[in-house]
Design a protein around this ligand. Structure first.
Ligand code: GDP
Length: 199
């Protein structure tokens, strides 16, 4: 799959609308999830070699599910960032429920990338996303972003720690370091996404 061919398809305000626009059992979707500010937009931009996702400095403004078309059957889905502090609790809970619904019920979902800042990975909500995906038998790539912020040995130490903490999921969850700034992990990630795109 050529991820550079990604083009914007639709935005949906919530899962119900997404299901209406795009029936959940059609085609193949790879979803990107992460705490707000984890580096999700930067990662999508690097992987597609386009400014496809906005990198916004105002987390939690409009929370939309953005869908990008890769080809006739395959799509990338940019899920709303979670965990930002400045949003009312009721709205946060609504979005968490919505993410759960997507991860647990979307039939065409073929893989989930969970992006976490390498300096503070595996927060409660990150674990929740991973657990929902695993529960649905969907492969997970835990991407430790901003890996350029750590030196080589601290980076590998963190990668190994996270691998250990997720080892009970066995092959269902992969862990890789990543940097949109330096291109670390790009080839590896593209290979994994490509393997998920196979019918
Ligand atoms: P999002 O909210 O998850 O979409 O995160 P963004 O992609 O908007 O990034 C949040 C902040 O982290 C921005 O200030 C980015 O410049 C910074 N950032 C993202 N990726 C990297 C990276 O690989 N390395 C470094 N050093 N900073 C990054």
């Amino acid at each position: 799959i050529d991820f550079r061919k990604a083009e914007f398809l639709i935005s949906a305000p919530d899962i119900a609308h997404l299901n209406e626009y795009l029936p959940g059992d059609v085609g193949v979707e790879i979803a990107f999830a992460g705490r707000s500010n984890a580096g999700k937009s930067s990662a999508l931009n690097l992987l597609t070699e386009q400014k496809i996702a906005r990198t916004s400095k105002t987390p939690g403004r409009t929370q939309l599910i953005n869908v990008f078309r890769l080809d006739k059957h395959r799509r990338l889905v940019d899920l709303p960032g979670y965990g930002f502090a400045q949003v009312p609790l009721a709205l946060k809970l609504k979005w968490q429920e919505s993410l759960g619904e997507y991860l647990l019920k979307r039939d065409c979902l073929s893989g989930v990338v969970v992006l976490m800042d390498i300096r503070h990975p595996l927060k409660d909500l990150d674990m929740q996303m991973i657990e929902w995906a695993v529960e649905s038998h969907i492969p997970v790539l835990a991407l430790l972003t901003k890996a350029d912020k750590l030196g080589q040995s601290a980076r590998m130490k963190m990668v190994n720690e996270v691998r250990k903490k997720l080892s009970h999921f066995e092959d269902g969850v992969k862990v890789e370091p990543f940097s949109s700034l330096k291109g670390i992990g790009k080839g590896k990630v593209l290979g994994i996404l490509d393997s998920w795109c196979k019918p």
